[in-house]
Design a protein around this ligand. Structure first.
Ligand SMILES: Cc1ncc(COP(=O)(O)O)c(C=O)c1O
Length: 403
């Protein structure tokens, strides 16, 4: 398979190694608490499911749908942006519905990248942010994943030293995997920079509604002039617990949206119409289900940080997203994130995602998804505490016998 030009650019997922070990442990009867994947475990709210069931009864909805999304769905997404961010969007020219935001991102990369084009991608990053562009023939230059001064230094250096000049900057806040967040001032500076250098910005806002403080994550499109250079991706996967439905959006700059719509018109006929109708109902519907979901993730976050802390693993509390980005405890750091993750499965029945799977600068960390319930998070903390204690006494034995 590695003989093909495209597949050579897609190394086997690092996560596959952890997944294999997890499957093996489960087959042997282990009860693995799985915080490795970012796969939301909550059910989709009932009124959205009901809308799907009702719509699917109508045979007219069984035909090919509209590749860029049915008008009612694009209008619903524009309504969400206006309510939530105060951003006005033209549903016909500034909104495309995608088969999950991941598909939208990957096909946007296909649409705008010429061979050898340079793209500035956070490292560590959600894998499609890098591989979407690699598959499209682009080359990557890494930038820091946190929205601090180092990121701007890296951007300044990139425009001076990249040949050819970068075509796009990728941003993702609240971030997967680091859970870091950005404020509007940060986006203002990015937009000013990108406009000055005529570089596009692709912002991934998949966690727009999963936040734990008082200030909701902003949209880059709230910044004046952002529409000239930016598109933003959002998703129903986390907001409405609909990961399997595959429903997301790209919105913003008309040129980029038109390019994506063109590529998609060759590739797909859009999501199944009942899914689109139910997605519109989700966006137009009551938002108490969003608040409930947010509260559940927040509670899980609190339980995770507290119980793991008491087990001897200090993890910074994430302000948003579905993840905690955990530094590997000192005594295991020399192992690296992949070996440490394997050890956690073997010795503590807990699966996590190794930081290295998100890029070289993810080394030294593992990502914990808030996708298990509170009781199972506590169960994981207890096993981890036992594992740490055993590892501690093993190493004391070892140093005694060395002496
Ligand atoms: C940052 C980020 N973007 C996009 C996605 C994919 O979302 P979707 O289900 O809409 O494709 C994820 C999923 O984990 C994510 O973490």
């Amino acid at each position: 398979m590695d003989d093909f030009h495209k597949t050579r650019r897609l190394p086997p997922y690092v996560f596959e190694q952890v997944n294999r070990l997890k499957a093996k442990a489960r087959a042997a009867g282990a009860d693995i608490v799985d915080m490795g994947m970012g796969n939301p475990d909550l059910p989709t709210p009932q009124h959205i499911v009901d809308k799907l069931v009702e719509t699917v009864q109508n045979p007219r909805t069984h035909r090919y749908s509209a590749s860029k999304g049915i008008p009612g769905l694009r209008k619903a997404q524009a309504g969400y942006y206006e309510r939530r961010f105060g951003v006005k969007l033209n549903p016909d020219t500034q909104v495309v519905a995608t088969l999950g935001s991941k598909e939208g991102f990957a096909n946007m990369a296909q649409a705008i990248t010429a061979p050898g084009d340079v793209v500035l991608v956070p490292n560590p990053s959600y894998p499609i942010h890098a591989f979407g562009f690699l598959m499209a023939g682009g080359s990557l230059r890494s930038i820091p994943a946190n929205p601090g001064p180092e990121l701007f230094d890296a951007l300044e250096r990139a425009v001076v030293h990249s040949i050819p000049k970068p075509i796009a900057i990728i941003l993702c806040f609240p971030a997967n995997p680091t859970a870091s967040v950005a404020d509007l001032d940060f986006y203002r500076d990015v937009v000013a920079f990108a406009r000055k250098h005529e570089i596009y910005v692709l912002s991934d806002l998949a966690y727009s509604e999963i936040y734990f403080g008082d200030v909701p994550p902003p949209s880059i499109l709230q910044v004046e002039g952002a529409m000239d250079i930016a598109v933003e991706f959002t998703s129903l996967s986390k907001t409405f617990s609909m990961p399997g439905w595959r429903m997301g959006f790209a919105v913003g700059n008309e040129r980029l949206i038109a390019a994506l719509a063109r590529v998609k018109s060759y590739l797909d006929y859009g999501a199944f119409t009942p899914i689109q109708v139910a997605a519109a109902a989700a966006l137009n519907g009551p938002d108490d289900c969003i608040r409930e979901t947010r509260a559940i993730y927040k509670k899980r976050r609190d339980v995770l940080i507290d119980s793991f802390g008491r087990a001897g693993w200090d993890i910074p509390a994430p302000e948003a997203s579905m993840f905690a980005w955990a530094p590997i405890p000192e005594q295991f750091r020399h192992l690296g994130s992949l070996e440490f993750s394997k050890l956690l499965i073997e010795k503590a029945d807990v699966a996590v995602a190794p930081g290295i799977g998100f890029g070289e600068h993810g080394e030294g960390f593992v990502r914990l998804g808030l996708v298990e319930n509170e009781q199972r998070i506590r169960q994981a903390a207890r096993s981890i505490r036992k594992f740490f204690e055993e590892a501690d006494s093993d190493s004391k034995e070892l140093s005694k016998s060395d002496a």
